[in-house]
Ligand binder design. Sequence first.
Ligand code: PEP
Ligand code: CO
Length: 463
Amino acid sequence: MTTKTVRTVQPAKDWKPESWTDKPAAQQVRYPDSAALSDSLLQLSKLPPLVTSWEVNALKQDLAEAAAGHRFLLQGGDCAETFAACEPGIISNRLKVLLQMSLVLVHGLKVPVVRVGRFAGQYAKPRSSDDETRDGVTLPSYRGDLVNDIDFTESSRVPDPRRLLKAHARSAMTMNFVRGLIDGGFADLHHPEYWDLSWADQSPQAAQYQQLVGSVQEAIRFMEILGNQRVGALSRVDFYTSHEALHLPYEQAQTRQVPRQWGWYNLSTHLPWIGKRTAELDGAHVEYFRGLRNPIGIKVGPEMTPDWLNGLLDTLNPDDEPGRITLIHRLGYDKIEQYLPALIDTVQQSGKTVLWCCDPMHGNTETTRFGHKTRQFDNIRKEVELSFDIHGDHESRLGGIHLELTGENVTECTGGARKLTDEDLKQAYLTTVDPRLNHEQALELAMLIVAKRQSVMPIELSS
Ligand code: PEP
Ligand code: CO
């Protein structure tokens, strides 16, 4: 019999939803009209939440199980959601890709997949510079649809606080549609054909994927015949949301107390994460996250030092609460061997448990000679494979993957089975910020993850 340690989690000391305002806040927006900002925030603070505390708690439990190796996290979606892309086709195609990938992962890894979308709130972007200059004209940088418009005109780039309400509404519509689809049977494993993308029949992975679907359906039929009943649990899945909680006034306005729960929840999303550029120990973002009861993600780049990481774990998870921290490393295929081992050592020496997740996108961004920001599929693949190897060599466990992807037939990342070239990118380059995997590339990566994981650690069915 195993004994379970029950950990007591204490409320964060001296914390209030607004205590971050005493700290230096990176990447914040300067609104010219502060009265309009206050008005939007007040309205926002009264609107219904987008998620519930019990869903947030359920996700934390799932992430704790992923950290223990009993689940695998699939987190994916757009780099930057846009208001214009809040439409049914785009939302359902993105859901289809995530469902298809998770089927591949469940089938290959033999563990349940925790599905977390980068959607229903991924509207704010950190930028390397406050301004952008084109042909001698300098304007504020585009900071995501939450803040301003991407058009390069003066009026479009002025931060507009009414966008905060629009983003909340778009997030609610996205959530509502996703929930409706899932509850209505869209994710039903008896009917994975619902998830087929019309343009993807010719995909290089189509045959392998259809074969897998066939064998899953066969297994379901077999189980149902044996049990002499339809397995209802196969008709719906849990789907969670996440976004970078970058814009602190927006996040604060949706930070709530809930009846019969202690503490504070950010109820704009299930899994907020701290971006690489806003993870300073003494900074406002870490202060804000410290008091939340949500599970939280932390992006970890090559600049992260052992002391810094230790400080983050102490501040953000002093009680070592299971499922609380997901460390999302995004180091680059050419740097991961240099940096990841020390980060793993640091966590191991801290005695704390984290869920390790690999983001093979953000360390592998480059610009083609035609000026497109891109990522080479092969570099993404290498970073994923190296992640499995390095964790395996250090008696650690990679328990998740974080991707920028879309269900649309875009050409933003090069390579993959169709061998997209730099030239090809102009065919359908639609992203407003970072290049995303298209459906084929995403599915191919899911298959490669299974193959790699199998080669590092033979997969057995756990009892
Ligand atoms: C992102 O996930 O879109 C992002 C900006 O990542 P990072 O903070 O890792 O650079
Ligand atoms: Co990005």
